[in-house]
Design a protein around this ligand. Sequence first.
Ligand code: UD1
Ligand code: CA
Length: 453
Amino acid sequence: MAFSVVILAAGKGTRMKSALPKVLHPVGGLPMVQRIINTTQAMDASRIHLVYGHGGDQLKAQLEGDNLNWCLQAEQLGTGHAVQQAADAIKDDEDVLILVGDAPLIRQETLERLKAVKAECDLALLTVELEDPTGMGRIIRENDNITAIVEHKDATDDQRKIREINTGMMMMAGADLKRWLGELRNDNAQGEYYLTDVIAMAAAEGKQIQAAQPDAPVEVEGVNNRAQLANLERALQARQAHALMMDGVTLADPARLDIRGTVTAGQDVAIDVNVILQGNVELGDGVIIGPNCVLTNCKIGANTIIEANSIVEDAQVSSACTIGPYARLRPGAVMKDGSKVGNFVEMKKAVLGEGAKANHLTYLGDAEVGPRANIGAGTITCNYDGVNKSKTIIGENAFIGSNSSLVAPVKVGDGATVGAGSVITGEVEAGALAVARGKQRNIPDWPRPTKKA
Ligand code: UD1
Ligand code: CA
């Protein structure tokens, strides 16, 4: 059955003490509410009604999703009032899944479970048992049926002993929801329109109300302050690391890998400690990542080794390459099969051909390096004249001697050789040797200066 989603995200988030609306704070590299949007999109929700109150411009600029319906709740008069802001857009003949925008770790499997419960009754609640349920709405049951949710502040001492609580996530028919929303009143301890009051209304109509539970309470935990944010971040990271290991990836320490995006990994990938993977990262079979590496939006081919302290961003690396230690691949860096960049080598918008090497202390910017070329230590492509960027082209099998400057635009032909310490400003033809440096002059028996008295 078709269903739409209402995400409650109008709360101020005062305790975050932030200029950023709470639901935009990232968890695993994504705004927390974006995670919830993505999860419900994966479930094929027909429409997502996002109830927001603060920072509308920021939210609209940063969040993305098909079928997003922005519902402004100008004043926060309670969770029931929040859902009322979406009521006009809710269809009678669809189910409505209500979620909270600040509980980003909810899993699709759990929501599918809730949906399956709803399919068997009239109203499905996601509940959880907590050691300490203080502050939460308590689930009231008579025999096996749920009959009400009582908010902590409105609860009697006996009701406060109940440890099964409302997570704020629930599902019911659109027509029912809209009828009950119309009947909400705010005569309670907080003077708010409680969404939770619909439960007693449903029970009074003889509706069947059943509950589903998540595998772990962390899935329904909300974020109110930065300590809770850090908690959920660690929980998500642990979950992601576990999934990678179950997929056959070796992690030196699952607590010292952070994934802020999506990672796919082939067989026998190994990741050492303190690695950060951001955006979309694809790791081929047998890729080895050393300690302290940061990889952002990149594709790494099979059997490539990235040694310690290397940074790779928006780059394409083919198979059997070696990177680092201490290498930096910036956007547009492309390494072909079997190529190598060593320590303190920086690449930007540059292609390193098959089997080509730049082993030490080199800058390759706006460059094309042919297959099996050897770039000596300290080579710099001078790609910027202060105004424009220009290109350096280095041919197949070329050999660039150490400490050379290649002043772009410039071309070094196939098999050409550049003598160490050269400043190359004009084309070097294929097969030629270019030496462009001061000639060595020896002064025999030169007396060193002596200290003056
Ligand atoms: C609510 C539930 C409580 C449940 C708890 C779980 C009600 C009345 N109570 O408590 O049973 O145990 O969540 O965390 O529903 N929001 C709005 N507009 C508002 C008020 C809230 O959008 O006017 C949003 C908040 O941004 C948040 C969510 O609704 O994402 C829950 O609000 P919050 O104040 O955290 O929950 P409680 O009212 O404490
Ligand atoms: Ca509240």
